[in-house]
Write a protein that binds this ligand. Structure first.
Ligand SMILES: Nc1ncnc2c1ncn2[C@@H]1O[C@H](COP(=O)(O)OP(=O)(O)O)[C@@H](O)[C@H]1O
Ligand SMILES: [Mg+2]
Length: 360
């Protein structure tokens, strides 16, 4: 684990990565229960810069810090080996004054949860073919993680552990990328996550055996995926008003509420859903590869192919101005000074966030 110091210059914050590298923290992209995600600029001493996402967790207590950082480093090393178009790549991790952080691929767009909310606010659902396209991509991302190998060729069998629609990122370009593999706070073992609150928040997508305290495995991811797909197609797993302990009890039972909304689900899709949502892990798909294969077969049979164009259009409909601006970021270069050769980049990234622009 590389240690990181905080460098403050003006309003800018830097996280040190070691080897002459650092990440400059830019605007906030979103907040989760345990972390704030910033847009960042990863810089090397050779002037190589890359836009990234930086997930900065809440500070952990000093007696937990070592364990948390070791866990985070171990999982980051594993997840960094996943090279798949449906997985948001992970580059680095570190710690700043007790705050663990992870540096990963920037997926400029919105989460699937946001797209669902946008449709729900108009009493609508994401169209079946688009939902199936997204789901098939998610399944392939999970499958990609399963078959990922380290640099010695050892298959790592990475599982997500806490998949939900908030971890599925949809880019303005129409890509679908699963984020937060093994780095979800459920893996970063602090007392706050082991608390009832932390568990209950995630209970709705949790496989029954995980809710009962067993270690998640490839089959638990299959169950969580089933919940996600079902939620997209027919509605939420649990009733909306539940106490924490009720949510956990239902999660342990593997409860799935009767369909609140019933489109005419094609038989093949129904079969995939039922097998993914089996309470007994033995009866489920053994892993995401088997699931992804089956789902893709069904989905292709329905004539749903590459849906990136339709996804792009669906996102543009909801967030047109944002999508347009973010796909064409402009760099304002510093005052030109070519005579001295290399000029360190110190420009400003603009026109990224229209909300920001409106404030100016
Ligand atoms: N790699 C990423 N690229 C772009 N935005 C991201 C990335 N990861 C997370 N975000 C944004 O930050 C928000 C908060 O993320 P996170 O802390 O993982 O919480 P949660 O997954 O519970 O929403 C997400 O909803 C998403 O909008
Ligand atoms: Mg997340």
């Amino acid at each position: 684990m590389v240690s990181s110091k905080r460098r403050q210059s003006g309003h800018e914050e830097h996280l040190e990565l070691g080897d002459g590298r650092h990440v400059k923290l830019l605007d906030v992209l979103g907040k989760g229960a345990f972390a704030t995600v910033h847009r960042g600029l990863m810089c090397s001493e050779h002037g190589v810069r890359r836009s990234v996402a930086v997930k900065l967790f809440s500070a952990v207590s000093s007696d937990e810090a070592d364990l948390v950082l070791r866990t985070l480093a171990r999982t980051t090393r594993r997840v960094a080996c996943i090279d798949h178009p449906n997985v948001a790549g992970v580059y680095e991790c570190g710690e700043r004054r007790g705050q663990p952080f992870v540096v990963s691929e920037l997926v400029a767009g919105v989460s699937l949860a946001k797209l669902q909310e946008a449709h729900a606010s108009r009493q609508r659902r994401i169209p079946l073919d688009l939902a199936l396209f997204i789901a098939a991509e998610v399944a392939e991302g999970l499958a990609g993680a399963r078959v990922a190998r380290d640099h010695e060729g050892v298959q790592l069998g990475v599982v997500h552990h806490a998949l939900s629609s908030r971890d599925v990122l949809l880019s303005w370009r129409g890509e679908v990328k699963v984020s937060d593999f093994e780095t979800s706070m459920s893996r970063v073992a602090t007392s706050s996550i082991r608390s009832l609150r932390g568990v209950a928040n995630r209970a709705a997508t949790m496989a029954p055996e995980v809710a009962r305290g067993q270690e998640a495995d490839a089959r638990s991811d299959v169950f969580s995926f089933g919940v996600l797909l079902r939620e997209l197609l027919v509605g939420p797993r649990f009733p909306s008003v539940l106490t924490n302990s009720e949510a956990i009890r239902l999660a342990r039972e593997g409860y799935v509420q009767p369909m609140t909304f019933q489109p005419h689900l094609p038989q093949g899709v129904d079969a995939v859903l039922s097998r993914a949502l089996e309470v007994d892990p033995e009866a489920r798909y053994p892993n995401a590869c088997a699931l992804a294969f089956d789902l893709r077969r069904v989905v292709l049979g329905m004539g749903v192919g590459d849906g990136r164009y339709f996804l792009r259009k669906a996102l543009e409909r909801e967030w047109s101005q944002y999508a347009e601006e973010i796909t064409t970021p402009r760099f304002i270069a510093p005052a030109a000074n070519d005579e001295e050769g290399y000029e360190p980049y110190d420009g400003e990234l603009v026109a990224i966030d229209p909300r920001e622009k409106r404030r100016r």
